[in-house]
Design a binder for this molecule. Structure first.
Ligand code: PMP
Length: 435
């Protein structure tokens, strides 16, 4: 249809060559509800990208729409910088009700701006101010955002202020052995590097990690490893920053992914789903770190009233309906079916994830595995599978260090029948793509 074609043509002419999702997903969404997106060409898609993990309740959930409408209809101001409002008060109250007690009882919140990367920058600044130190420790394959500091801490960056540490990636374990054992070797490596008297690496101002690496290819860290990172940083006086921008709000089967391991970070970085599909990012941190002077951190867009209302409604809905538990249970069922697909297709090297954050690492089945058992990544095949999925009305995302991981991030409200439909389409797409 002309509208669809024309919009795509103008986009490719006028938008930056850096445009990302639009390249692999040439659709023009005009309507959406729950898991479903409808394009300007009238085609319908099951959306397992969910705004890169933002839409905990799917598109246009009635409670989210109602929350936004009630602010609009109330005559409340939409922009008030960071002033106190009833809308903000309700958001903070709801957010704190979901936090681990250590942070709920003795935590501070700082509103950081619209994007996850803004909150990451604020976290770095906070720990630098609190410790008087400068460097940071971050992990291979990490993704924290696209602004200077967050980018420097992300995988692939070569930045001398960042000490790069091994993430426990079981399938491509740098220590030749996956599982808990490989994770323990990775933890010991980290402990040694952070013993500054032995390694000569200056003690960093903070360590940042994702409990499940998302963009890095859906790599869940074992709980034992997360607890080890807590011990290692605590013993050395290094604040631990946990980036839950993607794992938060029930996605992994716990309200916050740190809940699985029981470890409590010093700083929690939150964005995406906390804004109920609108832009919002905050950090929550132990009050001992609050070394900021008044005005030390600012920004015009830290008080998005609509995002706070949509976010509070989302947090409350996830909590009241125990959608975290639902995500854990459905994720486990979906994983069994993905495991069965892996037994059928040699090109699925690894099935992994936690809750409704799932990934299939596609590999070249005709090349012998390396000593750790991993085969070479197959990014071209992953791109082909993504196209085949789109042809079958299924939107999936790619990720991973080589772009070879097919990722599923459905809304937590996805029904069993919809999950089956997603997996049916994915199975067909794999069969077609692998041919
Ligand atoms: N941290 C993590 C773990 C993320 O997944 C992302 C976004 N994918 C970010 C930070 C950056 O968030 P934003 O794109 O909103 O800046």
């Amino acid at each position: 249809p002309p509208a669809h074609e024309g919009i795509l043509r103008r986009q490719s002419l006028r938008e930056s060559a850096a445009r990302t999702y639009a390249r692999s997903l040439p659709i023009v969404p005009v309507r959406a509800r729950g898991l479903t997106i409808e394009g300007a060409d009238g085609r319908r898609y099951l959306d397992c990208l969910s705004g890169a993990g933002t839409l905990a309740l799917g598109h246009n959930h009635p409670v989210v729409l109602e929350a936004i409408r009630s602010v609009l209809d109330s005559g409340a101001p939409l922009h008030v910088l960071d002033l106190a409002t009833p809308v903000k008060d309700a958001f903070v109250t709801e957010l704190f009700a979901t936090l681990p007690p250590e942070l709920a009882d003795h935590g501070r919140i700082q509103f950081c701006g619209p994007a996850g990367t803004d909150a990451v920058e604020a976290a770095f600044k906070l720990v630098r101010t609190a410790t008087g130190r400068d460097g940071l420790a971050a992990f291979t394959g990490a993704y924290h955002g696209m602004t200077a500091g967050a980018l420097a801490a992300s995988g692939g960056a070569q930045d001398t202020s960042v000490t790069r540490l091994p993430y426990p990636y079981a399938y491509r374990c740098p220590f030749g052995t996956g599982g808990e054992q490989g994770a323990e070797l990775a933890a010991r490596w980290t402990a040694n590097v952070l013993d500054d008297d032995k390694s000569g690496v200056a003690r960093p101002a903070g360590m940042i990690l994702e409990p499940v690496q998302g963009e890095g290819g859906v790599i869940p860290a074992p709980d034992s490893w997360l607890r080890r990172m807590r011990e290692i940083t605590a013993a050395r006086g290094i604040p631990l920053i946990v980036d839950e921008v993607q794992t938060g709000v029930g996605r992994t089967g716990a309200f916050w992914a740190v809940g699985h391991s029981g470890m409590v970070p010093d700083v929690l970085v939150l964005s995406k789903a906390i804004g109920g599909s609108l832009p919002l990012a905050v950090i929550v941190y132990r009050e001992e770190l609050d070394a900021w002077r008044p005005g030390a951190h600012a920004g015009t867009f830290r008080g998005n009233q609509l995002a706070m209302a949509a976010g509070a409604a989302t947090l409350a809905y996830v909590r009241e309906n125990d959608l975290a538990r639902r995500a854990g249970e459905l994720g486990a069922r979906m994983t069994s079916r993905l495991d069965a697909l892996a037994a059928e297709h040699g090109c699925i090297g690894d099935v992994r994830g936690r809750g409704l954050m799932l990934g299939l690492e596609l590999v070249d089945p005709d090349t012998a595995p390396d000593p750790s058992g991993a085969r070479p990544a197959a990014p071209a095949l992953a791109a082909a599978v993504q196209r085949e999925c789109l042809d079958r009305g299924l939107i999936v995302e790619l990720g991973g260090r080589h772009g070879s991981v097919v990722r599923l991030l459905p809304p937590l409200t996805i029904t069993d029948e919809q999950a089956d439909a997603v997996l049916d389409r994915l199975a067909d797409a794999l069969a077609a793509g692998a041919r």
